[in-house]
Design a binder for this molecule. Structure first.
Ligand SMILES: NC(=O)c1ccc[n+]([C@@H]2O[C@H](COP(=O)([O-])OP(=O)(O)OC[C@H]3O[C@@H](n4cnc5c(N)ncnc54)[C@H](OP(=O)(O)O)[C@@H]3O)[C@@H](O)[C@H]2O)c1
Length: 353
């Protein structure tokens, strides 16, 4: 079967990356691409790298244009998806790259985003541990999927094995991330101008204000074998720093080692979580990833160190924010939800140099 697909936000970074991946997918036909201010223009005027889709024109993003497809991807600014998702009731599979359907708590939505709260959808990070299982099991029957925040999924994948196994204390997590500006989207912002970013490392959303914090706490709470305990005891100090690379996230996460846990038990937690995974790979002891190694790949590379002097575990994870952090997670989740091979149209290899 060939699935007809519509991609909204097709002139943006996330929409463009979804299209790049789907263009190589043998089971989909990209029928419709939509945008907002750029509607009416050729897709390639905004995505000149997508040569095989040169025949497509950006249409207006309306429920009528998006309806009638087998699969709809929404890649819109947060707060915009809800209005379309309500109108897509008949669409068999809808995948939202935005935040609108990620959070289960309306109080957290109000505190970090504001505006209308929309019901939570199935979270699109297949490798995440959830209650002793993996999120891919939940995704198999999903018809509505919330693709993750790029920083959020990077931190959650980094620490979920330790939280699930009880080998780290989730009450004192510290995460500092080097992130490329494509994570903030394509629209013009003064703080993202080349003259502000080149040759500089710029922290932002410092001091507990970043919108991905509740998403991480929610994912780590769900990682525990019993989800009864909620996220109340999960505390994270989260600081992103913009660095001059167009794509990529390098997350350095540390957390205290739980009492009485051996080094072997710590490493075993990550090995058993990711030993069989294609796209989340634990590096050998003493090795740590670089963002360059996952450029264009749907791969998260994870390096783990046990710092006994500080009594903390240090996890360094590299992802491409637009692939594993968004579009790759969305396509991987689509594959699972449609019963297709999970890795179809997704590359484990990066582009180098
Ligand atoms: N960038 C990432 O690494 C990343 C990672 C994870 C998740 N996401 C999520 O993906 C979504 C899109 O992000 P992005 O980085 O691709 O942003 P972007 O580059 O700024 O693209 C935004 C897209 O949405 C369209 N748009 C803007 N306002 C709209 C409206 N009112 N109605 C309909 N369409 C509208 C734009 O169309 P025009 O160009 O025609 O105005 C453009 O196609 C966001 O929710 C973001 O949080 C992004």
């Amino acid at each position: 079967m060939t699935y007809s697909v519509a991609v909204s936000g097709a002139s943006g970074y996330a929409g463009g990356e979804i299209l790049r991946l789907l263009a190589a997918h043998p089971d989909v036909e990209i029928r419709t691409v939509t945008a907002h201010s750029n509607a009416g223009q050729p897709l390639v005027a905004h995505q000149p790298h997508l040569r095989s889709l040169a025949h497509l024109t950006l249409q207006d993003t309306t429920p009528e244009v998006l309806a009638g497809h087998d699969i709809v991807f929404l890649a819109l600014p947060h707060g915009q998806s809800g209005q379309y998702t309500d109108a897509l009731g008949d669409t068999p599979l809808v995948i939202d790259a935005g935040a609108d359907h990620r959070l289960t708590s309306s109080a957290e939505w109000d505190a970090f985003y504001g505006g209308a709260f929309h019901e939570p959808w199935t979270y699109g990070v297949p490798e995440l541990l959830v209650g002793g299982d993996k999120q891919r099991e939940v995704l198999r029957s999903a018809t509505r999927i919330a693709a993750p925040g790029c920083n959020a999924s990077t931190v959650s994948l980094s620490l979920a094995p330790g939280v699930a196994a009880g080998v780290i204390d989730p009450g004192d997590i510290v995460s500092v991330l080097a992130v490329g500006p494509s994570g903030a989207g394509k629209s013009l912002k003064t703080n993202l101008l080349a003259s502000e970013i080149l040759g500089s490392a710029n922290p932002y959303a410092v001091g507990g204000t970043h919108r991905h914090i509740p998403e991480i706490r929610q994912a780590l709470a769900a990682a525990r074998p019993s989800t009864d305990s909620g996220a109340q005891d999960i505390r994270i100090s989260f600081t992103p720093v913009l660095v001059p690379m167009s794509r990529g996230i390098l997350a350095t996460c540390t957390a205290p080692i739980a009492e009485g846990v051996s080094d072997a038990e710590i490493r075993q937690a990550w090995e058993s979580a990711y030993g069989d995974e294609t796209f989340v790979q634990l590096l050998p002891e003493g090795s740590f990833p670089r963002t360059a190694d996952v450029l264009g790949a749907n791969t998260a590379l994870v390096g783990l160190a046990i710092d006994r002097a500080a009594n903390r575990v240090t996890v360094v994870t590299a992802v491409d924010n637009l692939v594993k952090g968004t579009a790759g997670a969305a396509v991987q989740s689509m594959n699972i939800a449609r019963g297709l091979p999970e890795t179809r149209a997704l590359s484990v290899n990066g582009v180098a140099p």
